[in-house]
Ligand binder design. Structure first.
Ligand code: SAH
Ligand code: SF4
Ligand code: F3S
Length: 487
């Protein structure tokens, strides 16, 4: 295994490309170019999107949300399920249409889809409009790749730039980041995955597990807190194996405790914790760290041991439930969320019923539910899958109904209580408070509790980005409504 740490001097080279691109882009467009950056998929991919924005900002780009306005459209894609990919091909079609109408536009596609050979072949063959394609391993090289693209995209010199080479992955520190969210931030602590769950494409596109050094993570966390960020989510595909590569001198519970011990008023979350490597030590840290949110995302995928084995998850239903029991005993008021796959190849109705009973037994606050989607190159894609799609949809709806019943319990009895929320921004007009008059001088705001419950409330717009006490007046449809309490 070879994990490459990108040297500072290489990052210096990339900065030099930024300066050079700034000049070339100004020349090409006659003004600072407008860039559209869209990221799909998981929190790590969103964070990569912020890094792409950071690098483009250094090249003098301004940003737009509209493809009609964009000189550069860059799509940071996700390959986790087939529908995620189809969506991107649809969007690429629209961007191509724009490009035909306006000469000089550049289209780039990066992220997990780009790392799949099937996709890059399809782009080469059917999307000549796409100028630049690069996988997650080449992210730090965007300045250099865009430089090549700009040279090749000159009239008469058309050639497309591809960097999708297979790799175990790299760690590149010091990529500039332009965060879109000033209140909440994802903080990657590791990249890649070694688990090879049989359904999952991530290890194939994101390379092997590799951990950032604790001093880099802590420095970034300090910077975020100083910038006023109030919620930090430590990110990794399997945070519980942080440090397993032996270089960090810290395991995940120790790192979590170190981040949660930094001075300042903030919350810490983490994602994703694989049940296989979840330890009591981690739960003990949650129990004794007031800044770590009492909301634990522990994806179970299935409640049946045969299915879990076929998925290569390396834990049993009993082991999972044992960890949940320990967490419930150790951390009063802890809530759980999870991911579940319905209709894994060969799953029977009886096996699926085990998932339903596990969902009831744990009592999740919320669930992310997915129907199995075969991914090229994964083991599960080659397994017999006799259950018809219609039947899987029926099971899926059954699961949603069970979850609705279990999840609603958390909202019963909330009316009249005062809860602490982190105010993230303005609330939706069509939400739980729609039709009610906004008090003079106040705004409709939105926040989340430590447990992850969404609350719409009336309060001073100055609350945005702050912790606020909210008196709950209504609790329905998985949302809270209320008013900020002064003083
Ligand atoms: N690393 C995380 C999950 C990342 S992917 C973990 O191990 O928990 C997020 C979720 O997508 C997974 O938990 C799984 O529920 C779902 N998922 C992944 N591959 C899938 C596939 N091929 N079909 C359907 N759902 C899938
Ligand atoms: Fe995919 Fe499993 Fe790795 Fe999560 S732990 S990213 S589901 S292979
Ligand atoms: Fe998707 Fe890649 Fe994340 S496949 S879920 S964007 S790691």
């Amino acid at each position: 295994m070879s994990i490459k740490r990108i040297e500072a001097v290489e990052m210096e080279v990339q900065r030099a490309f930024c300066a050079e691109n700034k000049r070339l882009l100004l020349e090409r467009y006659g003004r600072p170019p407008k860039a559209l950056v869209r990221a799909f998929g998981c929190a790590q991919n969103m964070d990569d999107g912020d890094k792409i924005r950071g690098m483009l900002a250094q090249m003098g780009c301004q940003f737009t949300d509209s493809v009609e306005e964009a000189d550069i459209a860059l799509y940071n894609t996700c390959a986790i399920r087939e529908n995620a990919e189809q969506k991107v091909f649809g969007i690429l079609g629209q961007a191509t249409h724009q490009k035909e109408a306006r000469r000089g536009m550049l289209i780039a596609l990066c992220g997990c889809m780009a790392q799949q050979k099937e996709v890059s072949d399809r782009l080469k063959k059917s999307f000549p409009s796409v100028d630049l394609v690069f996988g997650p391993h080449a992210l730090y090289k965007l300045p250099q790749l865009l430089h090549e693209t700009l040279l090749h995209a000159a009239p008469g010199a058309r050639r497309r730039v591809y960097d999708t080479e297979d790799s175990d992955g790299v760690i590149a520190e010091g990529i500039p980041t332009l965060r879109t969210d000033k209140v909440r931030a994802g903080l990657p602590i590791m990249y890649g995955c070694n688990n090879f769950c049989t359904y999952c494409v991530v290890p194939l596109v994101r390379g092997r597990e590799r951990s950032r050094m604790p001093e880099d993570i802590l420095a970034e966390a300090r910077g975020l807190i100083a910038a006023g960020v109030k919620e930090i989510t430590l990110l990794g595909q399997n945070v519980n194996s942080y440090g397993r590569d032996g270089e960090t001198g810290m395991d995940f519970p120790e790192l979590l405790e170190a981040v949660a011990s930094l001075p300042g008023d903030f919350w810490v979350r983490f994602m994703t914790s694989h049940p296989r490597d979840c330890t009591r030590k981690l739960i003990d840290v949650i129990a004794r760290s007031p800044k770590v949110c009492r909301c634990f995302h522990l994806p179970v995928q299935s409640g049946n041991d045969r299915v879990l084995r076929a998925m290569n998850r390396h834990y049993t239903r009993a082991q999972y439930l044992d960890m949940i029991r320990y967490a419930k005993e150790t951390v009063p008021g802890i809530r759980f969320t999870s991911d579940i796959i319905v209709g894994f190849p060969g799953e029977t109705r009886e096996e699926f019923a085990d998932t339903l009973s596990l969902v009831r037994e744990v009592g999740y606050q919320s669930l992310f539910t997915f129907i199995f989607s075969p991914r090229p190159g994964t083991k599960a894609a080659g397994m017999d899958d006799p259950v018809p799609a219609k039947e899987k949809s029926r099971w899926f709806n059954e699961l949603l109904a069970v979850q609705k019943e279990c999840g609603m319990r958390f909202f019963d009895g909330m009316e009249g209580k005062t809860v602490k929320v982190l105010c993230e921004g303005y609330g939706k007009e069509k939400g739980i408070l729609s039709g009610e008059k906004i008090p003079d001088g106040q705004a409709l705001l939105m926040g989340r509790t430590e447990e992850g419950m969404v609350a719409d409330f009336f309060g001073d717009a100055a609350c945005i980005g702050q912790f606020v006490q909210v008196k709950v007046t209504k609790a329905q449809n998985f949302a809270l409504a209320g008013a900020a309490v002064c003083g």
